[in-house]
Design a protein around this ligand. Structure first.
Ligand SMILES: NC(=O)c1ccc[n+]([C@@H]2O[C@H](COP(=O)([O-])OP(=O)(O)OC[C@H]3O[C@@H](n4cnc5c(N)ncnc54)[C@H](OP(=O)(O)O)[C@@H]3O)[C@@H](O)[C@H]2O)c1
Length: 334
C-alpha cells in the first residue's frame, strides 16, 4: 500500500480507501449480513488500508451504525470520513433526492441541517470526531458561504479535522475556497471517464486538494464478474451507471476484453488494473473501493502497487475514446 497526505491537512491516508455504502445494504446493495462490516474492518490493517468512507444516507444510517460497532476499541486506528447534507428527518430541504427503503430523502445543506446531520453521524459512529466531513451533494439555494461557515465551525469545535465536498463543480469548489480550506473532493472517476473530469483533477492538483475517486470499478462492471447476462434493476446501486445499459453491452464487453489482456500481461485481475489506472492519473488521487467481501477489497487494493506502462494506459484510453465516440461521454445519471 502507498500513502498520501490529504490535501494540506497533515492527515496521512492509504491511497485506497474502503467504501462502506455496500455494507449499508437495503435495496441498493442487498447486504443483510451485519458481520460483513466486522470482517472487513478487521481485515483492513493487513491490506494497509487506514481510510474508511461512509455517509449518513448509506443504508439510511445502517452503514454508520455497523461501522460504529465494528470500530469499537479501534476507532483511532482509522481515518474516518462521513457525509452530511441529505436527510430523511422532516421532509424539508432544497431538493427531493429519492424514496428508498421506506424513507424519503431530501437534500439540505443549511447550517442548521448540517449540524443535526453531523451529531446524528457522530452518535451512530460512536465517536466524538470525524477525520473528514463532506457535503454529499452541493447546495442549490443555500449560499455556499453558509454551508462552508458551518463546516469551519465544526472544525473549530474539534468535531471534524478536515473538510471535503462531493459531487461539486469547479466553480462550486472555488466558492468554498473563498471561505476556508477544502482538503478533499469526492467525485465519480473511473477509466471510463477519461477527459470528462481531467480538468477538475488538474484544478485540485493546483489547489492542493486531494481528488478522491468513487465508482472506480463502475459498481461492478470493472470487476471481472460483469457479463452479457448481468441484469440491474431500478433501486439497485448500479442502476444509475449508464454503462450498464443494454444498448452499450456489446461495446462494454469489447472494452473489458482489452482490459483483461492488460490484466493478463500484469499477471493480475481487472479490478486491480482499474484501481491502478485511477491512481496513476495523479499523485493527489485517492481511490475508494466499495464492497461487502474482504477478499474483494484486498484484491482491489493491490491496484495501489501496480504501475501500468504508458503503452497500457494509452491502449485503455484509445479503447475508451472509441466508446465515447459511439455513445458520448456521459457515464452517470446523477
Ligand atoms: N460521494 C458520492 O456521491 C458517492 C457515490 C457512490 C459511491 N461513493 C463511495 O464510493 C464507494 C465505492 O463506489 P461505488 O459504490 O460506486 O462502487 P465501486 O467501488 O465502483 O464497486 C463496488 C462493487 O465492486 C465489487 N468489487 C470490489 N472489488 C472487487 C473485486 N476485487 N472483485 C470482484 N468484485 C469486486 C464489490 O462487490 P461486493 O459488494 O460483492 O464485495 C461492489 O459491489 C462507496 O462504497 C461509497 O463509499 C460515494
Amino acid at each position: 500500500m502507498k500513502y498520501q497526505n490529504l490535501g494540506t491537512s497533515g492527515i496521512e491516508v492509504s491511497r485506497v480507501a474502503f467504501g462502506a455504502w455496500q455494507i449499508g445494504g437495503g435495496t441498493a446493495w442487498d447486504c443483510t449480513d451485519d458481520s460483513a462490516c466486522d470482517r472487513i474492518v478487521s481485515a483492513l490493517p493487513d491490506m494497509g488500508i487506514n481510510f474508511i468512507d461512509t455517509a449518513k444516507v448509506y443504508g439510511t444510517g445502517r452503514s454508520e451504525m455497523l461501522l460504529g460497532k465494528a470500530l469499537k476499541g479501534k476507532r483511532h486506528d482509522f481515518i474516518l470520513s462521513s457525509k452530511g447534507g441529505m436527510n430523511w428527518r422532516d421532509g424539508e430541504g432544497e431538493r427531493f433526492c429519492y424514496n428508498r427503503d421506506g424513507q424519503t430523502v431530501y437534500q439540505n445543506t443549511s447550517a442548521k441541517a448540517l449540524r443535526l446531520d453531523l451529531e446524528e453521524s457522530l452518535t451512530r459512529l460512536d465517536t466524538d470526531y470525524l477525520d473528514v466531513y463532506f457535503t454529499h451533494r452541493q447546495p442549490i439555494t443555500v449560499p455556499i458561504e453558509e454551508t462552508m461557515g458551518a463546516l469551519m465551525k465544526f472544525k473549530e469545535e474539534g468535531k471534524i479535522r478536515a473538510i471535503g465536498i462531493s459531487n461539486a463543480t469547479i466553480p462550486q469548489l472555488e466558492e468554498y475556497l473563498k471561505y476556508g480550506k477544502v482538503d478533499v473532493v469526492q467525485e465519480k472517476f473511473s477509466l471510463f471517464d477519461r477527459g470528462t473530469v481531467r480538468q477538475y483533477i488538474e484544478f485540485c492538483k493546483d489547489h492542493d486538494v486531494t481528488f478522491q475517486a468513487y465508482s472506480v470499478l463502475e459498481r461492478g462492471i470493472l470487476t471481472g464478474k460483469f457479463s452479457r447476462e448481468t441484469e440491474v434493476h431500478e433501486g439497485q446501486g448500479a442502476y444509475s451507471m449508464l454503462w450498464y445499459a443494454r444498448d452499450r453491452r456489446e461495446a462494454v464487453m469489447g472494452l473489458i476484453d482489452k482490459i483483461q489482456l492488460i490484466a493478463d500481461e500484469c499477471e493480475t485481475a481487472i479490478p486491480v488494473v482499474a484501481m491502478a489506472y485511477a491512481l496513476c492519473t495523479g499523485e493527489h488521487i485517492n481511490a475508494i473501493c466499495g464492497g461487502r467481501r474482504p477478499e474483494h477489497i484486498a484484491q482491489s487494493a493491490l491496484g495501489a502497487d501496480l504501475a501500468l506502462t504508458q503503452d497500457q494506459i494509452q491502449r485503455i484510453d484509445s479503447a475508451v475514446d472509441a466508446l465515447h465516440e459511439e455513445f458520448g461521454c456521459s457515464t452517470h445519471k446523477f
